[in-house]
Write a protein that binds this ligand. Structure first.
Ligand code: PLP
Length: 467
């Protein structure tokens, strides 16, 4: 399996090099040269597998022999044995034809664990094979940071620096990241937004000399492994429901920020999973809604909302989708991204917009609607939605037809976002692992959202002697 850049200026590379490159060296994103196609008979056979077995089958298409079978299986086992549920991502019925896929049973109670437990183990595996250190640099809107730190802390040869927007993450998110007492972990709270953090890390990853000198590695969804690992639960959800009912296809409603999770759904569909509509659920940072409705993608003013993990204006993975929308033509993608850089917006034509509307529906959920959805579902079904999942459910309510089956991705546990749950006058009991966080000392540096200041901190982290 070869991987190429959406902008066409990286020579073909294999799976491991794709993991290590993270952001493509030409500033684009890496995608498989050809998306693997899973025939119907194979899908049928896959429908009986456990989560881990299914992950192995799907990963194998992309890993394509670069990791021996027994080693890949061991990596997968290790990655999912940290989950609290035997099914890893169980599905729950809330109403007729309406389900949630619980993606929050991993160590940090958000869906990011599904890919980052695996990516952490994979980095450790590669580092042991090559003897090279792994220096991770990531930006987070709150959940990726905790999850990535949890995925790599204490692993030999790995150091990690996470930028999070100061005072713009939930208390539990902040505690999860900053209470890890480990010299190889650095938390930088930047005075800015997630978009500032993402822009700075993309600039640093684009500086190939700097990236190579420090062995900089990515854990954000610019890394294709994130996408690959997240396709598994779309398949798994479909197979679980198919056991219960006669199912042609299903819709998914996906709480969306950086367009990574929903892009994984799009990829699953392209691989052959019978997906109907993918519903993009955002909060008031609703650039993607504008794109899907009018064909204009134009980031605007940042808004702080009840669902902080989706407080994102510039959605990195959107470029991967553009690549397919533009007929896998890297020249056109490059031209459009250049134009985006110069003019701050992307406009597509009517024919392309028709295609977009075949693939997606979208709804930007306002704060009140989000809280109302939490309250209503709690009253009617006793199920407590976290505010991100609530956006997904609100978007589902808007678009789904009564005869169609829809699965909303439950991307986080409500205990992570008690600030929003309290506003609904609901009292929740925290899982033990979360209540324990409140007594621990925090480790973080507050810094300007300034590239040079970040670099100074990184150089300190990368050069300390671990002895
Ligand atoms: C990261 C995150 C999202 C958004 O996922 P993307 O892949 O960035 O679109 C939604 N909900 C929660 C809880 C998250 O942590």
């Amino acid at each position: 399996m070869n991987f190429i850049s959406t902008r066409g200026n990286v020579s073909k590379i294999g799976f491991i090099d794709t993991v290590l490159m993270g952001l493509a060296n030409d500033g684009g994103l890496l995608v498989p040269e050809k998306i693997p196609q899973i025939p119907a008979e194979k899908l049928e056979a896959m429908s009986k597998l456990t989560y881990q077995e299914l992950a192995y089958e799907i990963f194998s298409y992309y890993v394509d022999g670069e990791i021996p079978e027994d080693e890949l299986k061991a990596l997968i086992e290790k990655s999912y044995e940290t989950f609290r549920h035997p099914e890893v991502t169980p599905i729950k019925k809330l109403k007729d034809n309406m389900y949630v896929l619980e993606l929050f049973h991993g160590p940090t109670f958000a869906f990011k664990d599904i890919a980052l437990q695996f990516l952490g183990n994979l980095y450790s595996y590669v580092s042991k094979k090559t003897g090279e250190s792994v220096h991770i640099l990531g930006a987070t809107s709150g959940d990726t940071g905790a999850s990535a730190i949890e995925g790599v802390k204490g692993k030999e040869g790995i150091r990690i620096c996470i930028l999070h927007p100061h005072d713009k993450v939930s208390k539990v998110q902040e505690l999860q990241m900053t209470t890890v007492d480990d010299k190889s972990v650095l938390n930088l709270a930047i005075k800015g937004t997630f978009d500032d953090g993402q822009r700075i890390i993309k600039e640093l990853f684009s500086d190939i000399e700097f990236k190579n000198k420090y062995h900089l590695r990515a854990i954000n969804s610019i890394n294709f492994v994130r996408i690959m690992a997240q396709t598994v639960y779309y398949f798994y959800a479909y197979f679980q429901l198919k056991k219960e009912m006669d199912l042609k296809n299903i819709n998914f409603s996906v709480p969306t920020g950086n367009f990574g999770d929903i892009f994984a759904g799009y990829l699953a569909k392209k691989m052959g999973l019978p997906v109907g509509k993918l519903i993009v659920a955002t909060n008031e940072n609703n650039i993607l809604e504008g794109f899907i409705r009018d064909g204009v993608y134009e980031p605007g003013e940042f808004r702080s909302t009840f669902s902080p993990s989706m407080d994102i204006q510039v959605a990195s993975n959107f470029e991967r989708y553009l690549y397919y929308l533009l007929g896998e033509n890297p020249n056109e993608v490059s031209a459009l991204m250049e134009k985006f850089k110069a003019e701050g917006k992307i406009v597509i034509n009517d024919e392309q917009l028709l295609q977009v509307n075949e693939d997606f529906a979208a709804h930007g959920v306002e704060g009140e609607e989000c809280l109302q959805t939490i309250s209503t579902y709690y009253a009617e079904t006793s199920y407590l939605l976290d505010p991100h999942t609530a956006c997904g459910v609100a978007a589902y309510e808007r678009f789904n037809q009564p005869n169609e089956v829809c699965v909303t991705l439950a991307t986080a546990h409500p205990a992570k976002f008690n600030e929003s749950i309290e506003r609904c006058n609901i009292e929740q009991k925290f899982p033990e692992k979360i209540s324990q966080l409140f007594n621990k000392p925090q480790h973080l540096e507050v810094v300007e959202a300034d590239k040079d200041e970040i670099v100074r901190n990184l150089e300190k982290l990368f050069s300390f002697s671990s002895k």
